[in-house]
Structure formats: structure tokens, C-alpha cells
Design a protein. Structure first.
Length: 368
């Protein structure tokens, strides 16, 4: 991830608060002798109002939510204290995204396969419930929307603060901003298909460009090594999307030769830093296909256009005896400044890497 988002508090966080209450105060305290009823929600008045409205509603989303809360309550009522403690640890771990991303052993990360191994019947109901929480069928219901607001409002608040205009997971695709009526999709950073408990946690919901979300990441699990040859579950570090610790990704580009027109993807070397983020960088490259996409950009996208720009400047400079245009050295100095000051505007970080590689390989050698 090239740069972190700033987390933006919003009314929609209340939905996670409701789920926290249901998990800890209703499910984890379920007893066989205490029947399920609306009185279980008395300590959370706004949630009680929602549950009461759902009880009298015939809307599909209302029935889905209330019915699953009741069915899961019945299952929890049969569990022993050690089992409840284990489930609480999993719930807390899955929702502590910062520790999960740091591969902190204090966060007990649990996938559906882990839940199924210990609680097969519960896993079925949890999977249906949590995968269905992030849906228009539920979130658009008036009683709930009145309490938590709308996802479109959250997006507008989010992009008014995070207004780089670029997807931080690739730096090459734009994100729709605050002056559009549409929005980009929220990606479940820990996929909702794989993980229970955090499908409506906005620290696990990150606006992402279409290619990062739908073409490359898809359902990949960032917290685990992909296709591990030993077939064992191996954890790894991954960038936390809302990190408050600033960092900068370094990129150096080298070519095997100076014939740009005949350059193949395998003849472009991309070196990333800093070394203290090496594991997070490797995860990022794997999940989002970064090296493939950057090489494509350099070969068939921006690279050719940038080369035309610098050669045009060079030609204008020579034809005007220095009155117009720029030499490659002067142009490169300007690009480097732009990359330092605004690395993601106009893909300056890639442009600088590409043109520096051209210079170092001798593309401009006859004149520079």
C-alpha cells in the first residue's frame, strides 16, 4: 500500500456497536433457561428500537437479521464457559485489524474454517449472518438507516478527508471523489467470505479501485501466504489501511538494455523499499499484482508517453537554440521534484523511476 488512509469516524460505526452488543451482551450471556426476547436488548435502547421494528416488519432484511440473531442465541446457550471464552477471543481478534495486519500473536485470528472445525453448526449460521450484514437489503431498511445513516454519506465524508484522488493500493487508478454522485466499492480487507465477525467493521472496509478490488485482490487472503508449498497456514504481515505511522514506499526501476521498443516485462527490474517494511511490501505486491501492473504501465501506458514528452522537450530545445523546451537533464530534475512533492499526482513516482532508468541505461546518452 503506497500510503495509508485517514480513518474517518461516522454514524455508520454504530452498526458495529450494535453487533458488538449482540455478540457480548446477548449471545455470550445466553442461557438455556432464558428465552430469546426483545428485553435482551433493553440496555441498548437504539438497538432495541431497531429489533422491535424488525419484529413487526415483514421485510426480508428484517426477518433475516432478527431470525439469525435468535437462532445463534439458541446455539450459544448450549456452550460452556471455555467455549464462550474462545469465541470471544476470536471475535476480538478478528476486529482488531491493526494487530491482525501486524501479525501480532495477541490477536486470535479465526477464519470460517477454524470455526467450522470446532462448531460446525454455529459456523453455518455465522457465515450466513455476517456475510449478509453488508447488504442493501438490510442496510437500506428505514428503522436501521435512521440510526446508522447511509453508506453514501460515509463515502462522501471519507473522500472529503482522503482526497488524493488515487487508489492507495496501486497509485495508478483514480478513485471517485466528493463531487461525484457515484462511489467506488468498499473492499473487505479481510474477505467476508473467509472471516466472521468483521463484515460491517469500517476498519475492515476500504474504498478501492475496480482493478485492485475486482481484478487482482478478489477473494485473496492478505493475512496468509498464498499457495504455500507446504500447504500449511502461514501468517504474514500486511499494511494496515489506516496506519497513523507515516511511511514512504521507495521505488527504483532498472532496465536490462536501452532499446525501449523491444523491452520485455522480464527485462524491467522493480526494487521496493524501505527494508523495514519488506514483509508488508511483499504481501502488497502479491495481493494486488503490483509488479505486473507497473511493468504494463511502463511498457504500454505512461512509459511511452513520458518518453515522447522528454524527447519533444529535447527537440524543441535544440530547434530553438535553448529558447524553448528543456534538455533531458533539466526535465528529469523537474520530474524528480514533482515525484518528491506529489508522488501520486500524474503517477509521478512511476514516471520518475521510468525516466531515471532510461537515463541510467543510456537512452539519452548521446546528448545528456
Amino acid at each position: 500500500m503506497l500510503f495509508p488512509y485517514t480513518y474517518v469516524p461516522h454514524q455508520m460505526e454504530k452498526m458495529q456497536k450494535f453487533i458488538d452488543f449482540i455478540f457480548f451482551e446477548v449471545w455470550c450471556k445466553a442461557l438455556p433457561s432464558v428465552p430469546f426476547g426483545l428485553d435482551l436488548f433493553d440496555a441498548e435502547p437504539e438497538l432495541h428500537e431497531v429489533m422491535e421494528a424488525f419484529f413487526y416488519s415483514d421485510a426480508q432484511g428484517a426477518d433475516f437479521f432478527l431470525g439469525h440473531v435468535e437462532r445463534i442465541y439458541a446455539l450459544f446457550s448450549t456452550f460452556t464457559p471455555p467455549q464462550i471464552e474462545q469465541l470471544q477471543g476470536w471475535y476480538q481478534g478478528n476486529n482488531d485489524l491493526e494487530k491482525v495486519c501486524a501479525n501480532d500473536p495477541a490477536a486470535e485470528l479465526a477464519r470460517y474454517v477454524d470455526v467450522a472445525a470446532a462448531y460446525p453448526e454455529l459456523e453455518k449460521h455465522l457465515a450466513t449472518f455476517f456475510k449478509g450484514l453488508y447488504s442493501k437489503t438490510l442496510l437500506d431498511l428505514a428503522p436501521l438507516r435512521a440510526k446508522i445513516g447511509e453508506i453514501g454519506d460515509h463515502y462522501q465524508a471519507f473522500v472529503s478527508v482522503n482526497h488524493s484522488g488515487k487508489c492507495p493500493f496501486c497509485g495508478i487508478s483514480p478513485l471517485l471523489g466528493e463531487y461525484t454522485t457515484k462511489r467506488d466499492a468498499y473492499d473487505h480487507y479481510l474477505p467476508k467470505a473467509l472471516y466472521p465477525f468483521n463484515s460491517i467493521n469500517f476498519r475492515n472496509l476500504v474504498p478501492t479501485c475496480h482493478h485492485c478490488n475486482s481484478s487482482y485482490k478478489t477473494s485473496k487472503n492478505p493475512a496468509y501466504v498464498q499457495k504455500d508449498p507446504t500447504s500449511e497456514a502461514v501468517r504474514r504481515k500486511v499494511f494496515y489501511p489506516f496506519s497513523t505511522t507515516p511511511y514512504a514506499i521507495d521505488l527504483q526501476v532498472t532496465f536490462d538494455h536501452a532499446d525501449i521498443e523491444k523491452l520485455a516485462p522480464t527485462e524491467i527490474k522493480l526494487m521496493f523499499g524501505p527494508t523495514n517494511l519488506a514483509e508488508q511490501i511483499e504481501t502488497w505486491k502479491d495481493v494486488y499484482g503490483i509488479e505486473e501492473r507497473y511493468r504494463e504501465k511502463l511498457l504500454n501506458g505512461g512509459g511511452k508517453a513520458w518518453l515522447v514528452e522528454i524527447r519533444d522537450e529535447w527537440r524543441w530545445h535544440d530547434e530553438s537554440a535553448g529558447a524553448d523546451g528543456q534538455t533531458p537533464d533539466k526535465y528529469l530534475r523537474a520530474v524528480k521534484r514533482h515525484a518528491e512533492q506529489s508522488p501520486y499526482a500524474n503517477e509521478n513516482f512511476l514516471k520518475n523511476g521510468f525516466l531515471q532508468a532510461c537515463k541510467n541505461t543510456g537512452v539519452f546518452k548521446p546528448i545528456v
